[in-house]
Design a protein around this ligand. Structure first.
Ligand SMILES: Nc1ncnc2c1ncn2[C@@H]1O[C@H](COP(=O)(O)OP(=O)(O)OP(=O)(O)O)[C@@H](O)[C@H]1O
Ligand SMILES: [Mg+2]
Length: 763
């Protein structure tokens, strides 16, 4: 057990204290995840069978990494651990126990799109206005209720729950919730929240099943405990009730999912629920430099709601935090890419040592473009993911429907795809017939002539039904790969994409081929015992954004671009936190209360603490948001960084007034009070309560050419919203007809009419 020597005293204590409840709430980078990993290895070496251990992580990726590390210590046996996200572990259990809840084991897992589409359908049927009942808002309410274990029956029976919706002029929310649940059930489908909700129901109503799993999971371990919601908490509480061998690790300062129902109270309740609780403190940070640890500590001190804890490190002092000040969002992209390249060269870092972290997904564009220009490989996590692309969802819908012919959302997607002459009116007829006869859509379709009469529209439906039945036979007999290829071809989907010779069409065709590759890989993987299509679909349904973009080509040296939320638990040598502007980070949506602002600050804390060696922070003075150029103000969070550890840096792209030049790179720079002028915000100017969103849609600034074409001269460097950076070659004509010929770095030569051009003068 050499690995015990690689742990400090409290870490070792936590690893070897195996019996009884244990809680470790400690700061970032203090080795919580490491403790959890070694604890599992230790248990196995003590002789605990892997299938008696349940380990819950926040992403599948984290589970995979943990399993690999444990494998290094205990060998292949680690494969038999029950390890994964709450959703993946409990969906497996639900498949085994589905019949107890009235589902069958081939139930579909609805993703957010499916749920929204079903809600839209229900709104239409109930004749409700989707402007008042916005589908995404309705889904949030339903999700919130489920995560607090409020069933639709409870919701309808208790004014405490519906009063708020009623006050917001949404009195029908309960009816929508009820119908939504009924329709999911009829479709033999569960949404993400159902996976947890139904597990709770299963353990509540079937004591024998609960007993079975209580005895199965003798040891329960949870990473990132601060982000569990009530539903998750109760599941683990029930499972651990007999053996009481539950170990949770987390950091209240990193709780960033309150908006999804995560509840910091779980940490406080834990001590109450387990009077014999042992707590271990970890205070030494092994990840980051002294500078980074200090800065992170100072930032989080601004939060009132936090458990006091000490974090220190023995690591080197490290370099200052560098602030990059950019003129525009594109300039920010360039500065970051340029700085990243410089760091890489100076320190012999690899691409994979870098991460660019942002508040929201759409911010990735400017960095992608700039990195591409620099020839630096990168991967974007999240955003519109592979599995959310239309052509992929279409094929997956076929697979889902063949496996679970009650799946209404899949049915609606594929019934007339590729076009087979089954129009909306016919689909509506099918829906009505199904409702009237209390049948699923598939039951109507598979006996079309019986329920729909013998009109002309019948024959394509009968063909469709025959095709699906044939697919079902193939799925029974073949593995996931053969079945998927057969369905891709047999449905006509592949042919339709193949025949589309446009660039987009070809890309779509290649995407479908890529999906087939993924299925092949799944089938060829010796670790997968079950090679059926059901098993494959189950995996796909539970892929989280942080799991995607795993390198398939074996080359994993790329810069990671991701939201801070998906960076949780990860670490990188150099981190860029970008877009540090008021209304962006902290996000405008999160400024209405102190609690929300504190959640944003925790997010900032998570971002800072991902960095090992060096941290950069950037912001832009102007940014296109929602199609408008807006002035930005530096984030209040920049002010919370201890100035003695701060350096500002500007490079050749910015020539705004009073700028520092490259020469003071690396030297500490004491910021003057108006350093971030023109209108540096102070916290006082932002009343947190009832703040009206300050409207920042400025008219174009002085530098913005469309408002002042007279300023533009030949030789000037400019930036265009679409074409990027360029230099003015020539100016012709006068007045409103004045035009400039510009040579853009990437878009080539263009002549633009200045009174319309979205141009900015850079220098
Ligand atoms: N005793 C130790 N000796 C050397 N390195 C350690 C030790 N403990 C932890 N580390 C290293 O420190 C880094 C942070 O550890 P880990 O990821 O487990 O921290 P964490 O508390 O889970 O952080 P986070 O809160 O961000 O999830 C890892 O690279 C880990 O290998
Ligand atoms: Mg961790």
């Amino acid at each position: 057990m050499d690995y015990l020597d690689s742990l400090n005293e409290p870490q070792r204590e936590a690893v070897t204290y195996t019996e009884g409840p244990l809680m470790i709430i400690a700061g970032a980078g203090s080795g919580k995840t490491r403790v959890l990993t070694y604890r599992i290895a230790y248990l196995m070496q003590l002789g605990v069978e892997p299938f008696h251990i349940l380990a819950l992580t926040f992403t599948n990726k984290a589970a995979r990494e943990m399993r690999q590390r444990i494998e290094k210590v205990v060998g292949n046996e680690a494969r038999n651990l029950w390890m994964g996200t709450f959703h993946s572990v409990f969906s497996k259990i639900l498949r085994i126990e589905a019949e107890k809840l009235g589902y069958t084991s081939n139930f579909t897992i609805y993703d957010t799109d499916d749920s929204k589409s079903l809600i839209k359908q229900i709104l239409k049927e109930l004749n409700l206005d989707d402007k008042i009942y916005k589908p995404s808002v309705v889904l949030n309410r339903i999700s919130g209720a489920k995560n607090r274990l409020i069933s639709w029956q409870a919701y309808l029976n208790n004014p405490i729950f519906y009063a708020e919706d009623a006050a917001e002029m949404k009195p029908e929310m309960g009816r929508i919730y009820k119908t939504y649940c009924e329709r999911c059930f009829q479709a033999n489908a569960m949404d993400f929240d159902d996976l947890l909700f139904n597990t709770n129901v299963l353990f509540r109503d079937h004591i024998d099943v609960l007993h079975k799993y209580q005895h199965k999971f003798r040891y329960v371990l949870i990473d990132e405990f601060q982000d569990t919601n009530l539903s998750q908490y109760l599941i683990t509480k029930k499972l651990a009730a007999v053996n009481q061998n539950i170990c949770v690790v987390g950091d209240d300062a990193q709780s960033i999912y309150a908006f999804r129902g995560a509840d910091i109270q779980n940490i406080l309740n834990f001590a109450k629920d387990y009077p014999d609780l042992k707590t271990v403190k970890l205070e030494q940070n092994y990840r980051s430099t002294k500078t980074i640890v200090h800065v992170a500590n100072k930032v989080i001190e601004n939060n009132k709601d936090q458990l006091k804890k000490l974090v220190w490190t023995d690591n080197e002092q490290g370099t200052h935090i560098v602030v990059l000040k950019a003129a525009t969002d594109n300039d920010e992209g360039q500065q970051v890419a340029y700085s990243l390249f410089e760091e890489k060269m100076q320190n012999h870092y690899h691409n994979k040592d870098f991460a660019i972290l942002y508040r929201t997904n759409y911010q990735s564009r400017a960095f992608e473009e700039a990195l591409r220009r620099q020839g630096i490989k990168y991967k974007v996590y999240g955003g519109l993911s592979f599995y959310q692309r239309k052509e992929i969802k279409d094929l997956l819908a076929y697979l889902r429907f063949v496996i679970n012919p009650k799946d209404e959302e899949a049915f609606r997607r594929i019934i007339n795809l590729p076009k087979r002459g089954i129009g909306d009116t016919t689909v509506q007829k099918i829906v009505i017939a199904a409702h009237e006869n209390n049948l699923s859509l598939w039951e109507v379709v598979s006996e079309a002539s019986k329920y729909l009469g013998k009109g002309r529209s019948i024959s394509p439906i009968e063909d469709f039904a025959l095709m699906i039945k044939e697919f079902q036979i193939v799925v029974e007999k073949k593995d996931a790969f053969e079945a998927t290829s057969h369905i891709a071809k047999g449905s006509g989907l592949l042919r339709e994409l193949f025949e589309d010779k446009t660039v987009e069409g070809r890309a779509r065709y290649e995407n479908v081929q890529e999906l087939l590759n993924a299925v092949k890989e799944f089938v060829d993987n010796p670790e997968k015992e079950d090679k059926s299509l059901i098993a494959f679909l189950q995996e796909v349904a539970l892929i989280t954004t942080a799991d995607e973009n795993e390198s398939k080509d074996g080359d994993d040296d790329y810069v990671s671009l991701m939201t801070i939320h998906s960076a949780k638990g990860l670490e990188f040598k150099v981190v860029y936190i970008v877009g540090l502007e008021e209304d962006l980070f902290p996000s405008q949506m999160m400024l209405s209360s102190r609690a929300d602002l504190e959640e944003e600050r925790r997010l900032f804390y998570v971002a800072i603490t991902r960095a090992e060696k060096k941290l950069f922070i950037s912001y832009a003075l102007q940014r296109y948001r929602f199609g408008n150029l807006r002035m930005c103000e530096p984030s209040r969070f920049i002010d919370e960084i201890d100035v003695q550890y701060l350096t500002t840096k500007n490079n050749r792209f910015s020539t705004l007034k009073g700028e520092d030049t490259l020469t003071n790179f690396g030297k500490p720079l004491v910021r003057k009070a108006d350093d971030f002028s023109p209108s540096k915000p102070s916290i006082k100017t932002y009343p947190l309560q009832n703040q009206k969103n300050p409207q920042r849609e400025h008219t174009p600034s002085a530098n913005f050419v469309a408002s002042n074409p007279a300023k533009l001269r030949e030789g000037m460097k400019v930036e265009h919203q679409k074409f990027g950076f360029g230099r003015v070659l020539k100016i012709d004509n006068q007045g409103t007809d004045k035009r400039a010929t510009i040579l853009f770095d990437n878009a080539g030569e263009k002549t633009l009419l200045l009174s319309f051009a979205k141009l900015m003068i850079i220098e």
